[in-house]
Design a protein around this ligand. Structure first.
Ligand code: HEM
Ligand SMILES: *[C@@H]1O[C@H](CO)[C@@H](O)[C@H](O)[C@H]1NC(C)=O
Ligand SMILES: *[C@@H]1O[C@H](CO)[C@@H](O)[C@H](O)[C@H]1NC(C)=O
Ligand SMILES: *[C@@H]1O[C@H](CO)[C@@H](O)[C@H](O)[C@H]1NC(C)=O
Length: 361
């Protein structure tokens, strides 16, 4: 049996078996859009379930209940942001600089699934589910930087136990990582006051756009979070840093610059599907507007090249040519993303975790 056929049979068996443990918020199977290795299979699965890919559009997140300097309130934890910054700085120095990219992506993947509630960090949930977001297709063998978050949390817990949420630490860490990787050109204030959730499900990571996404797919997936296509364009600039596996772009080498494609082809032939290459061939460790100059022949994913479409090309060109505007926009868009689905009061389903990978018992 061919690989896709085998995958299809497996997925059909899953559909027949129905969903496993859930908390009521999760009674469906994942329907992954634009995650290329499963492209045909996943669109079939989406069809079978009758689900229309992404949930309906939402209004822009207001972030009500969050505030800048939240932990500076008296009796709180005034050193929180400084301690996170120090933990990120020391955990990502020298050869570990690349981990900063992981931190920025962790915040994104947290935000798009159940909102910014640190659900992406859990190993086991209140419903005893262990098939958490971490194990979902977009995240497995891919997300990195968890140990940096753990180090930051440990430092903060030592100073002021039980006060600073993991969701806020993720947001602070992504900000600090952006500052470091942009060579101090990107800095923004992070409104805080998020609580941590107690559930996390792998199938819900289907809300994350995949590398095979079209502009329409991106529009839908961002709208489902209250974000615009312009936000998608701005935030995609994060692909000027970090790594990507060969399996996500090897089928579209012919759409790239021939010389660049030949180099990638040789690298991927030697390294295999799981081999990771730099996303930005020019300045791989700098969070900058080079991404927009790489569109469309020097970017890896179909979802990147898709930004040359008529709906987005003006913004791409403005970012490619501008000085400082994209950096400012990126900070604003990160703040907006950080407001998605926040829980701002304790209670059932929300707490300040003691350890970021575990709910409180
Ligand atoms: C617009 C839709 C997006 C798609 C389809 C997408 C897809 C991907 C994929 C497939 C990878 C490679 C994963 C792997 O090979 O294991 C990746 C890496 C990455 N993405 Fe995105 N992404 C999107 C938006 C974003 C956003 C909004 C951010 C952050 C603001 C982001 C930040 C990153 C970073 C930093 C990496 C490299 C991670 C690392 O090196 O550890 N991406 N993305
Ligand atoms: C919080 O207080 C610290 C120290 O008192 C100060 O350095 C920092 O700028 C304040 N942060 C915010 C976001 O207000
Ligand atoms: C989760 O597992 C623990 C220990 O095995 C058990 O006591 C608890 O009732 C379980 N909780 C749920 C919601 O199933
Ligand atoms: C990639 O390399 C393989 C094996 O050498 C070759 O058959 C194929 O044509 C190459 N593809 C591209 C796009 O260069």
């Amino acid at each position: 049996m061919s690989k896709p056929a085998a995958a299809l049979v497996m997925l059909l068996a899953l559909v027949a078996a129905g969903p496993a443990a859930g908390d009521g918020g999760s009674t469906r199977l994942g329907c992954f859009v634009g995650w290329s290795p499963l492209k045909t299979v996943s669109s079939l699965l989406c069809l079978l379930q009758g689900s229309s890919t992404f949930p309906s559009p939402k209004p822009a997140p207001t972030g009500q209940g969050l505030s800048v300097g939240y932990y500076n309130k008296s009796g709180s934890c005034p050193k929180a942001e400084q301690l996170v910054r120090e933990a990120v700085t020391s955990a990502t120095n020298g050869a570990n600089r690349g981990l900063n990219a992981g931190l920025i992506r962790l915040h994104f993947h947290d935000a798009f699934v159940r909102g910014c509630d640190a659900s992406v960090l859990l190993d086991k949930t209140a419903s005893n589910n262990t098939d958490t977001e971490k194990t979902g297709p977009p995240n497995k063998d891919s997300l990195r930087g968890f140990e940096v978050i753990d180090a930051a949390k440990a430092a903060v817990e030592k100073e002021c136990p039980g006060i600073v949420s993991c969701a806020d630490i993720l947001a602070f860490a992504a900000r600090d990582a952006s500052y470091i990787l942009s060579n101090e050109k990107i800095y923004y204030e992070v409104p805080a006051g998020r609580y941590d959730g107690r559930e996390s499900f792998a199938d819900e990571t289907d809300q994350l756009p995949g590398p095979g996404s079209s502009v329409q797919d991106l529009k839908k997936s961002f709208a489902a979070q209250g974000l615009s296509l312009a936000d998608a364009v701005t935030l995609s600039g994060a692909h000027s840093i970090g790594l990507a596996r060969c399996l996500f772009f090897k089928d579209r080498l012919s759409a790239m610059d021939p010389g660049y494609a030949a180099t990638l082809n040789a690298t991927c032939n030697a390294g295999g599907d799981s081999y990771k290459v730099n996303q930005d061939y020019k300045s791989p460790d700098v969070l900058d507007n080079q991404y927009y100059k790489n569109i469309d022949k020097f970017v890896l994913f179909a979802s990147d090249a898709a930004l040359k479409s008529s709906e987005t090309i003006d913004q791409v060109n403005a970012n490619a040519g501008g000085y400082g505007k994209w950096e400012k926009d990126f900070g604003d868009a990160m703040v907006k993303m950080g407001k998605i689905g926040v829980i701002t009061s304790p209670g059932y389903g929300a707490e300040i975790r003691k350890v970021c990978s575990q709910i409180n018992y």
